[in-house]
Design a protein around this ligand. Sequence first.
Ligand SMILES: Nc1nc2c(c(=O)[nH]1)N[C@H]1C(S)=C(S)[C@@H](COP(=O)(O)OP(=O)(O)OC[C@H]3O[C@@H](n4cnc5c(N)ncnc54)[C@H](O)[C@@H]3O)O[C@H]1N2
Ligand code: MOO
Length: 409
Amino acid sequence: MYTPVDKRNAISIDAARKLIVENVSKLTLDTEEINVSDASHRIIAEDVLASHDLPTFRRSGYDGYAMLEEDLHDFPVTLKVVGNIPAGANFDRPLVSGEAVRIMTGGYVPDGADVVVMLETTKMLDDDTLEVSERQKRDNITQIGSFFKQGDTLLAKDTEINPGGMSLLASFDIQKIKVYKKPTIGIITTGSELLQPGDEIVNGKIFNSNGPLIKGLCEENGAEVVGYTQIKDDPQLLKDAIKDLQGKCDVIITDGGVSVGDYDIIADLAKASDKLLFNKLEMRPGSVTTSFIDKGIIYFGLSGNPGACFTGFYLYVEYALRLLQKQQSRLLECQGTLNEEYKKTNMYDRILRGKFKIDADHIEIGRVGGDASDNLNNLQLATALFEIPRGDSITPKGSVLRTWLLPFK
Ligand SMILES: Nc1nc2c(c(=O)[nH]1)N[C@H]1C(S)=C(S)[C@@H](COP(=O)(O)OP(=O)(O)OC[C@H]3O[C@@H](n4cnc5c(N)ncnc54)[C@H](O)[C@@H]3O)O[C@H]1N2
Ligand code: MOO
């Protein structure tokens, strides 16, 4: 018979997250080179520098005429139109005093020209004679290197690249980029009560809902799930499943079997690990959420109760996965105003799954679905988590509570 780890030291949410920061920040991911076109939301592993100035030529900001500033006095001024520069065209000689050239937005401003006059403030007197009636406030020319100088940092190491960054790289014709490899994840869901998809429903058995939840959340957070297994409550099966994942995973997540039952062996593994981060939290649900680091692999033991599994993932696994990728958590921590009284009290801080609404000057939060940790009726609907502080008093409507707005919801 399994003997549970006798004493667990419960720590606060913040203390647990601090331990994650201290220990996960030391770990690094390998790098790889990929096409920029595949790089959305990947993390850049080196500074990317400008290979040249941008723009590379002086560009017109408007449709109009390019000319010499020195000609613009004693209005109206007449100038000879000596050419047309549509977007993409070159002009092979410098412009001289008395000349103007028709130019399009983004067009190449010829040498010698130092102002572009907007089309609206000009008039053609005949086929090649232009009349300009007023001075422009600005030169309307985008100068060489005014966006980036050669050697400027385009994207700094550890930046999460987004379509804006991809467009920036495209503007320098950078096609390949060095990024961190995606964190590799192994997921093991445990429980002799778990059916396989398609099985018949029988008393005592349930379908595995946490597996898809954890897998989806890992993928949402830039990780690659390289192992996904469901096993019965059997210490040997769990040991074998973990061994199988050890060579190929940065993070191993088990689900279920972390409390004090006869088969709860994650606690044992945690105790024998290089660094136990926590195996008891001052929060509900998910008080038994466990995390440890062993031989460079981060382990999480999430609770089997779906609500606890959901909460544990967002508060700890998401945090660690983002840190491993040198990024901040995507959960937005803020203060929410409770929209109705909450009566239950608890010796630990209680994290409720809820919904938020942004009002003019505050964020309103309220419950959605059930609050029991085995109730999964709100996992789709919840857009926020919020904290009911521990203690004996009920939490009145209007209380301002610590809230986390959930990403991708
Ligand atoms: N004597 C005690 N019993 C329990 C304690 C305790 O302190 N002393 N803690 C309770 C709390 S709180 C929680 S949370 C759970 C944690 O349980 P485990 O994480 O060890 O998970 P299991 O016992 O394996 O399962 C709990 C519950 O979740 C269901 N489950 C498991 N896996 C899945 C899955 N993949 N998909 C959907 N549902 C799943 C399972 O059937 C159980 O109903 O322990 C309490 N007990
Ligand atoms: O800590 Mo358990 O997750 O409350 O149900």
